[in-house]
Design a binder for this molecule. Structure first.
Ligand code: ADP
Length: 366
């Protein structure tokens, strides 16, 4: 449904079939395409252009500058016609903002191209192609921010480990064996933390790239029993009871095994970490077409003000008991991403000093 103005001179030299093919091609593009004559009057445009400009009526015959209010990233108005007529060849800019009717702004990439007719070096008209790059740019920005936060988070343990090792070297020269041991222990603690951080970042990147997410049929009882077996020694080392409360009708689910296991491992290791005494319970409950899997603990609990922040990246509760344990603050951020991939949401209930329950629900596979 291309909108066309007067037939141009060139139409005479282009067969009707070819002309129709070009029109179909332009209309099938998701980028907005506008073509003007040499004075900036719109002659051709496609459906995507109408949608971007949010117009129903024809825009043929209007001047391009009256149709588009564009600015630079610094909010300087952009003379679109000038941009077009100034370009002797195709030119692309991705630093353009467009103000929408309701006040929102979108980021655009614009291609300005002259139409050079015949042998003349003077343009017969112009083509403007606009692409909405708002999402791509905000992802790019998020990634840059993430890299900067990660490097900041890595810098501290590296500096502490480096300082401790330097200290150990000096102390060793002076023969202070006990102090050397302590300094090495501190350096070791920091290196273990760094290893955990790198591991978490690896899981995060794998999840975000959607690797290993092929679904398979998973029988829940063996999976939960296996996890119980794996983590029983860690719970026992803290003298915690580790219980299983499984519905014998638990059945199967159809999801990525890796994601499901990583999500549960996350909850179990946190439950063990944040429970000084009492018990951890792995619960599997079936409700007709769905199954809910929960990890319940009798640990330190999470305060109300922390509850909506624990899924943020690098967030660790202010509670001094949290700070007594080492952690990257990435576990639940990853858990939320894993849950999204599994098409479920995490539900948390917690009471300070009484314990927490992390759960999610999946459809039963029939
Ligand atoms: P961390 O590496 O600090 O464990 P997470 O992202 O896994 O990072 O968890 C974020 C924060 O949520 C933790 O620092 C802790 O304060 C809180 N938290 C998570 N699980 C529990 C739990 N089972 N009991 C109490 N607090 C928890």
């Amino acid at each position: 449904m291309i909108r066309r103005g007067r037939r141009s001179r060139q139409d005479n030299s282009v067969s009707r079939a070819e002309h129709d093919r070009i029109i179909t091609l332009v209309n099938s593009l998701t980028d907005a395409v506008l073509s003007t004559d040499k004075d900036g009057i719109v002659t051709i445009y496609n459906a995507a252009a109408m949608s971007l400009l949010d117009v129903n009526a024809g825009i043929h015959g209007r001047h391009i500058n009256n149709l588009l209010q564009l600015t630079t990233l610094q909010h300087q108005p952009l003379d679109v016609f000038r941009q077009l007529s100034r370009s002797p060849a195709i030119r692309v800019r991705d630093d353009i903002l467009m103000l929408l009717k309701h006040g929102d702004k979108i980021r655009l990439e614009a291609t300005f191209a002259p139409i050079l007719g015949g042998h003349s070096a003077v343009a017969d008209g112009y083509v403007l192609i606009l692409r909405d790059i708002t999402k791509a740019k905000s992802l790019e920005q998020e990634r840059d921010e993430f890299i900067s936060v990660v490097s900041h988070e890595l810098r501290t343990p590296v500096a502490v480990a480096e300082g401790a090792l330097d200290n150990a070297r000096l102390l060793a020269q002076r023969g202070y064996t006990r102090k050397v041991y302590e300094a090495l222990q501190e350096a070791h603690r920091q290196v273990v933390f760094l290893a955990r951080m790198i591991n978490d970042l690896g899981t995060l990147s794998r999840t975000e790239r959607g690797l290993a997410d092929a679904p398979e049929v998973i029988d829940l009882i063996p999976l939960v029993k296996q996890l119980h077996e794996t983590y029983a020694p860690q719970a026992a080392a803290k003298s915690l009871a580790f219980n299983l409360d499984i519905d014998p009708q638990a059945g199967s689910v159809y999801v990525s095994r890796l994601y499901l296991e990583e999500l549960l491992q996350n909850f179990i290791t946190n439950a063990i970490k944040y429970t000084p005494r009492g018990a951890i319970t792995l619960i599997v409950r079936r409700q007709q077409t769905h199954v809910t899997i929960s990890v319940k603990d009798t640990g330190i609990g999470i305060g109300k003000s922390d509850l909506n922040k624990i899924f943020d990246r690098f967030y660790r509760a202010e509670d001094y008991r949290t700070r007594q344990t080492s952690g990257t603050g990435l576990g639940l951020y990853i858990a939320r991403k894993l849950a999204q991939k599994l098409e479920t949401t995490i539900h948390v209930t917690s009471r300070l000093n009484h314990g927490s329950t992390f759960s999610f629900t999946l459809p039963i596979y029939h």
